[in-house]
Design a binder for this molecule. Structure first.
Ligand code: PMP
Length: 341
C-alpha cells in the first residue's frame, strides 16, 4: 500500500516542474519546486510541521495545548492544519494588510485570528511583537503548554528545509544542479536549502531575489542590511533585518526584483503553463531568469513556487487593485464570455 499517515505525513515530496518559457528564454533548465501542492498550499507547511514536532519532542506542548504565531498567513495556515491533526488549538496574529483569502482560510482551519494594523518591526505593536507578548501572557494560564512558533528566530524553521527541501531537490535533479535562488520572508527556505546544497556541492551558486522595501539585496551585496526604497504587492517576503536563521549563510548573488518584473511572470506562468501562483513565486522565477542569464546557457537552476494563486484573487488577480498600484492588467484577466446560450 502507498498510504500517507495523515496530513503531517503528506507535507513535502513535491514535484520539481520544468518551467518551459523561462528555460527557452535563457537556454538553461529552470525548475520550480511545486510547494503550492502541499496540504496548506504553501512552502510554509514544512516549517510548521518541523516546529510543532520538535516542540513535542522537547515536551513544550501536549494535546490540548496552544500554538501561537505572528504570520503573514501561510505559516499560520500550516500551523493550524498540523495543530488540528495533532490536537492543539491555534492563535494567529496577522497584519491587516494581508489578503482576505488567507484570513478566511485561517478561520476555516479553526485558528483564532487577531488582526493588527501593519506597522514596521521597530514599532512595539508590530504583529511579531504582539504575538510574542500574547504567547507569554497565555502561558500563565494554559495547563497543556503554549508553543510560540517564532519562525524568524526558531532554527527548526530552516531545519525543515535542510532535512526535506534541500535533499528532495538534490535527489530530484540527480545532483545536476548549478544554481538555487529564492526570496526571503524569514529566510528559512533560502538558508535551510542552501546549507544542504552547499554541503553536497559548494560550487552550486546561491542567489537571493529581493522585492522592493526589503534589505536582503543590500545585505548580500554590501554586507549592510539597508531596506531599498518603495514597496511591493507581494506577500510573505521582504525581510528588513539580519536574523539567526540567515546570519551564517553564504549567498553568492542577489537581485532587486521590481513588481513590474515579477507580476508579469506570474501572469505568464498561469496563461501559458497553467501554473496558478502567488506574487512571491513571480519574484523567485524572475530571479531564476536573472541567475540563468548571469550564469549562461546550459545550466540547471532551481527555484521555489511558494504558494497557490487563488490565495490572492482579490489583489494580484484583481484588475482594479492592479490599476490602483500602477501595474499592468493583462487583457485575459478582464475577459468575459461572449458565448450566448
Ligand atoms: N512566499 C510566501 C507566499 C510566503 O508566505 C513565504 C513565507 N513567509 C515565503 C515566500 C518565504 O519563505 P521563508 O519564510 O522560508 O523565507
Amino acid at each position: 500500500m502507498d498510504v500517507r499517515d495523515g496530513i503531517v505525513d503528506s507535507i513535502g515530496n513535491t514535484p520539481l516542474i520544468k518551467l518551459k518559457r523561462a528555460s527557452e528564454a535563457t537556454g538553461c533548465t529552470i525548475l520550480g519546486k511545486a510547494e503550492f501542492l502541499n496540504p496548506g498550499q504553501s512552502v510554509k507547511d514544512r516549517p510548521a510541521r518541523q516546529i510543532i514536532l520538535e516542540a513535542e519532542k522537547r515536551g513544550e506542548i501536549e494535546p490540548g495545548g496552544l500554538v501561537v504565531e505572528g504570520t503573514a498567513g501561510n505559516t499560520g495556515i500550516g500551523l493550524a492544519l498540523v495543530a488540528n491533526a495533532r490536537g492543539y488549538r491555534t492563535v494567529i496574529v496577522i497584519p491587516d494588510t494581508q489578503s482576505q483569502e488567507k484570513k478566511d482560510m485561517l478561520r476555516l482551519a479553526g485558528a483564532e485570528l487577531i488582526e493588527v494594523p501593519a506597522v514596521t518591526y521597530a514599532n512595539p505593536n508590530n504583529y511579531q511583537h504582539v504575538a510574542r507578548r500574547l504567547a507569554d501572557r497565555l502561558r500563565e494560564s494554559e495547563p497543556n503548554g503554549v508553543l510560540f512558533a517564532d519562525q524568524w528566530n526558531n532554527l527548526d524553521n530552516r531545519k525543515a528545509h535542510f532535512l526535506t527541501t534541500g535533499p528532495e531537490i538534490w535527489s530530484q535533479t540527480g545532483g545536476r544542479i548549478d544554481g538555487f535562488i529564492c526570496a526571503v520572508g524569514t529566510g528559512g527556505t533560502l538558508a535551510g536549502t542552501s546549507l544542504y546544497l552547499k554541503e553536497k556541492n559548494p560550487r552550486i551558486r546561491i542567489g537571493c531575489a529581493d522585492p522592493r522595501g526589503a534589505a536582503m539585496y543590500s545585505l548580500f551585496t554590501t554586507g549592510e542590511a539597508k531596506a531599498s526604497e518603495g514597496g511591493s504587492i507581494t506577500e510573505g517576503i521582504g525581510l528588513g533585518r539580519v536574523t539567526p536563521i540567515i546570519e551564517d549563510i553564504t549567498v553568492d548573488t542577489a537581485y532587486l526584483i521590481e513588481d513590474s518584473e515579477a507580476i508579469p511572470v506570474v501572469f505568464d506562468l498561469l496563461q501559458h503553463e497553467g501554473l496558478c501562483l502567488g506574487g512571491s513565486s513571480g519574484v523567485n522565477v524572475a530571479g531564476a531568469i536573472r541567475l540563468a542569464k548571469e550564469m549562461g546557457p546550459g545550466h540547471t537552476i532551481v527555484t521555489i513556487l511558494c504558494d497557490y494563486g487563488t490565495r490572492y484573487q482579490s489583489k494580484l488577480f484583481n484588475p482594479q487593485f492592479l490599476r490602483s498600484r500602477n501595474l499592468p492588467v493583462p487583457d485575459w484577466l478582464e475577459r468575459r464570455t461572449e458565448i450566448d446560450i
